[in-house]
Design a binder for this molecule. Structure first.
Ligand code: F6R
Length: 258
């Protein structure tokens, strides 16, 4: 796992965008993974800027979302499909039909999960997946205590995650959905490259566990320690609990990552 500690969110966005740019230059029809939440916004802002400057194109790419709320109104602005459309897909040249997400409004949710796995496999798997991390260590909506070997499944959101996300629902916990469809940890681990971005002190403990803790279902993101090509990009606050921070800084410098 490579760990890069940078001074601010704009630098996080630039470094993560570099990964997409490198991939799309080498493989214009790459399969990219998109996450929602606030963590990837600086990356998306940078990708949009580079697209507008003619430096990057998604015209041949295919995109897969990580997760979706169950039973949310199709027009709700917080439905993840709508969030992804508004925050990135509609602002670059991604073809609308090339953006896929799990169907949280399907009648048969189990079949929707199986369909989603089949779609990802048929596309050849995800080349580059961007990830945020929850303060409880979840990635996508794989909450603590779930299987480290899970594939796309119906999940129950923890009280902590619903509370964290209430800010997107007028601060009203009752409006936050209780269930989701989410790529499983094994699905995420099947992506060829993972880039996790985190900002702020609220993520510091989750980042410490992710990078330096033991691999455990209690901190689901720790499974990334087993990924052969995982990059973690954090700001100073999110990296503030890392014991080996000085070492990561040296390695990142020596390897030209910063
Ligand atoms: C969203 C997702 C979640 C978020 C996590 C962090 O698709 O998969 O795992 O990445 O909840 O959320 P933010 O980025 O809002 O702090």
């Amino acid at each position: 796992m490579d760990v890069v500690i940078v001074p601010d969110d704009a630098t996080i966005g630039a470094l993560a965008a570099d990964q997409y740019q490198k991939l799309l230059e080498a493989k214009p029809n790459a399969v990219i993974g998109l996450a929602t939440g606030s963590s990837p916004l600086s990356t998306y802002a940078e990708l949009i800027k580079r697209y507008q400057a003619g430096q990057i194109s998604f015209a041949q790419a295919t995109a897969f979302m990580l997760d979706e709320y169950v039973g949310i109104d199709p027009d709700h602005p917080e439905r993840y499909r709508n969030v992804i459309h508004n925050e990135i897909a509609s602002k670059v040249d991604l073809r609308p039909e090339a953006v896929h997400g799990p169907d949280g409004n399907a009648e048969d949710l189990e079949a929707a999960c199986a369909d989603y796995e089949a779609k990802i496999a048929a596309a050849g798997g995800v080349d580059l997946q961007i990830l945020g991390i929850g303060s409880d260590g979840h990635i996508a909506f794989n909450e603590p205590g779930g299987s480290l070997a899970s594939r796309t499944h119906l999940g129950v959101l923890t009280a902590q995650t619903r509370q964290d996300n209430a800010r997107f629902f007028d601060g009203d916990l009752d409006k936050v959905p209780t269930h989701c469809l989410t790529q499983g940890l094994a699905t995420i681990m099947s992506a060829k490259k993972l880039v996790l971005v985190a900002q702020g002190a609220g993520k510091a403990e989750a980042i410490r566990q992710l990078v330096e803790g033991g691999v455990s279902a209690k901190w689901p993101a720790t499974i990334m320690q087993h990924h052969p090509d995982a990059l973690v990009i954090v700001d100073e606050a999110a990296g503030s609990k890392l014991e080996l921070a000085d070492y990561y800084r040296e390695v990142a410098k020596a390897s030209g990552l910063v």
